[in-house]
Design a protein. Structure first.
Length: 304
C-alpha cells in the first residue's frame, strides 16, 4: 500500500466523482481508477460502490476513510517536525474544518497582512480532533463550536453564522425567501460524518427538535461540504449549512432557515494559557474582522 493511494482514496471520497478527484490530483481518470482498484485488491475489501453516474462509500470504505485521513495527517505532521529539526520554522499550525467555509481564510489573510513573515500551516481536521490536537500541543489554533471543548481549550466567539438549507434546483423550497424549520420534517436531511462534525450535527438535530420533530436522516455520509452539495443537486437529500460556505457551492440553492431563525456559533480555539505572539495575532485578527464585518449580532464575545 502506498501513501499516494491513500491520498487518492481520500480525495475521491471527498468528491465522490472520479473526474473531479482526478483533476484535484492532477492525474488522468483512468490512472486514479487503477490505483483505487489496486488498493481494494491489496486490502481485500470493496471501498466504493460505483455506478455510471455516482460513487458511494461502502461501510468498509467509510471506516477506512477515517483511518486514511489520520495516517495522512500524521505524515504531514512528521514532515513538519522533520523540517523544523533542521532549522526550518514550524510556524503557526492552524486547524480548518472544511475548505468551503470562508471564516478562517479571511482571518488568516488579515493576520498575514499584519504579520507578513508569519508562516502558517493549515491542517484540515474535524472539530473533535482539533480539540485533542490543541490539548496535545500539535495544533496552535483551531476553529469550531466551542460548547463541547475540554477545559484545556480557550475560545473566542467571533461569528454567529446564519443557518440555511441547501436544496436542488426546482425543489419546492428553491423559490422561497426562507424555509420554516418545521417544513424540513418531510425531507431527508444529510448529516456530516460522525467523526468530522458531531457538534454541528447536534446543533441541527436540536434545532429540528425545537420545531417539534426529529429529522429523517439520509443514510449516506460525506466528508466534505462540496460532496454534500453534489448529493443535494442529485435530489437525494437536503443539507443544513451556515451562510459562510454558500459562495463555494455552485449547483445548489441556499435558503435561510426561519421560525426559528438560527445562527451557528463559530469560535477561535487555542490552548488555554498559550499567550504566544502568533496565537494572539490570530485571536486579534478574528476579533477585528468580527467587529468590522458585523459577524456578531450581540457585543458579548464569550465562548459559544
Amino acid at each position: 500500500m502506498e501513501l499516494r493511494q491513500l491520498r487518492y482514496f481520500v480525495t475521491l471520497a471527498e468528491e465522490l466523482h472520479f473526474g473531479r478527484a482526478a483533476a484535484r490530483e492532477h492525474i488522468v481518470q483512468s490512472a486514479l481508477s487503477q490505483q483505487i482498484q489496486r488498493l481494494e485488491r491489496e486490502l481485500g475489501v470493496t471501498l466504493l460502490e460505483r455506478s455510471t453516474h455516482h460513487v458511494d462509500l461502502t461501510a468498509s470504505g467509510a471506516v477506512f476513510l477515517v483511518e486514511a485521513r489520520q495516517i495522512l495527517a500524521h505524515v504531514e505532521r512528521a514532515v513538519t517536525v522533520a523540517r523544523s529539526a533542521v532549522g526550518a520554522s514550524p510556524g503557526l499550525r492552524v486547524g480548518i474544518t472544511d475548505a468551503a467555509y470562508d471564516s478562517m481564510p479571511q482571518i488568516l489573510h488579515e493576520a498575514q497582512a499584519r504579520h507578513p513573515d508569519l508562516v502558517i500551516h493549515q491542517i484540515e481536521a474535524g472539530v473533535p480532533e482539533q480539540y485533542q490536537l490543541i490539548v496535545d500541543g500539535r495544533l496552535d489554533v483551531g476553529i469550531g463550536r466551542a460548547s463541547l471543548a475540554p477545559p484545556q481549550v480557550a475560545s473566542l466567539l467571533f461569528r454567529r453564522d446564519p443557518l440555511g438549507v441547501l436544496v436542488p434546483a426546482g425543489h419546492r423550497f428553491s423559490g422561497s425567501a426562507g424555509v420554516p424549520v418545521a417544513d424540513l420534517a418531510r425531507e431527508p436531511l444529510l448529516l456530516a460524518g460522525a467523526g468530522q462534525a458531531p457538534e454541528f450535527n447536534e446543533f441541527v438535530v436540536e434545532l429540528c427538535r425545537s420545531a417539534g420533530f426529529t429529522p429523517t436522516v439520509y443514510e449516506g455520509t460525506v466528508e466534505s461540504i462540496r460532496a454534500a452539495a453534489d448529493l443535494v443537486a442529485q435530489g437525494r437529500c437536503l443539507y443544513c449549512v451556515p451562510s459562510s460556505c454558500v459562495s463555494a457551492l455552485p449547483g445548489s440553492t441556499w435558503r435561510p432557515l426561519t421560525e426559528p431563525v438560527s445562527a451557528y456559533p463559530w469560535s477561535i480555539l487555542w490552548r488555554a494559557g498559550d499567550e504566544s505572539e502568533h496565537v494572539r495575532a490570530i485571536v486579534s485578527s478574528a476579533r477585528t474582522l468580527s467587529e468590522r464585518l458585523g459577524w456578531l449580532a450581540a457585543e458579548d464575545q464569550t465562548a459559544g
